[in-house]
Design a protein around this ligand. Sequence first.
Ligand SMILES: Nc1nc2c(ncn2[C@@H]2O[C@H](COP(=O)(O)OP(=O)(O)OP(=O)(O)O)[C@@H](O)[C@H]2O)c(=O)[nH]1
Ligand SMILES: [Mg+2]
Ligand SMILES: [Zn+2]
Length: 316
Amino acid sequence: MLGIVYKSTGSWYTIKSEDGSFFESRIKGKFRIKGIKSTNPIAVGDIVDFELETKSDETVGIITNIHDRKNYIVRKSVNLSKRTHIIAANVDQVFLMITLNNPPTFTTFIDRFLVTAEAYQIKTILLFNKIDTYNEDELLEIKYLAALYREIGYECIGISSKTGKNTDQVAGLMKNKVSMFAGHSGVGKSTLINHIEPNLNLRTAEISEQHRQGQHTTTFAEMFDLSFGARIIDTPGIKGFGIVDIDKSELGDYFPEFFAIKGQCKFNNCLHIDEPKCAVKEALENDEIPWSRYKSYRQILEGDDENYRTDIYGEN
Ligand SMILES: Nc1nc2c(ncn2[C@@H]2O[C@H](COP(=O)(O)OP(=O)(O)OP(=O)(O)O)[C@@H](O)[C@H]2O)c(=O)[nH]1
Ligand SMILES: [Mg+2]
Ligand SMILES: [Zn+2]
């Protein structure tokens, strides 16, 4: 049978089969997935083949095969430096929620997040939340930011999770897709989800309560079906997503507007720092690339000697 993993506790996996029934399942034998040293072989969102086994009145699923992943999100395991923990697989899109103040979301955070999402090949949509609270100047700033990111190619929507303004647009984008929500603590992720799907209320509350009790317990993601054919993956305690190691020479490729013109740099290994005839620097001087983006790029680039590692957790 074919199914999708909705929940994992490390040894047990909850699988939803094609006909909509749920099965508690285990892995048969050892799973090795090429190229990934992970503490968990199977994650929420994985598509698996499984069989049913009945022993003394109890039916459990046995996972026999995992299908190739479209993408996956990892975080480093606590205490196991080289190993990673796969948080979720096969994510269609992530909504990054942004507020100007209360709490502030800085462009460096947004850009680091976008770099990670580009590296993971996950589509990101920017949601500027709490638009019911802004004064005229603040609204102008939001409009400026939205225009900046739209120009690069990211979809941007101004919303209010509280009044429901434009949340139907978000729900429309979620239909028939697997979505995740990210952003600093307090930006309104839970409020938005509760507004879109009031019946989920209890469950999201339960999950964050659980997490608050133990800071360093491993967090498990869980997938939820919403009433209108959307699915979300909730990752308690993780306000954004994982970590990715990016080589310095590749970093510019994850800034789509740099990538688009890098062919015009004199050197094909141009890092866009102080090389002569650098198309990115020229575009910057001509105001064709926003300074905030270049600033983020330099910050990330200078962050580490060999690799840049993004730590995209909300509170850092
Ligand atoms: N005025 C206004 N308040 C909002 C809006 N969205 C959320 N809030 C408020 O902001 C606070 C934080 O919202 P949450 O939904 O709990 O934020 P969160 O992103 O889930 O935070 P964590 O679970 O800590 O990551 C709550 O008091 C909400 O009522 C909005 O659009 N407008
Ligand atoms: Mg929340
Ligand atoms: Zn260059």
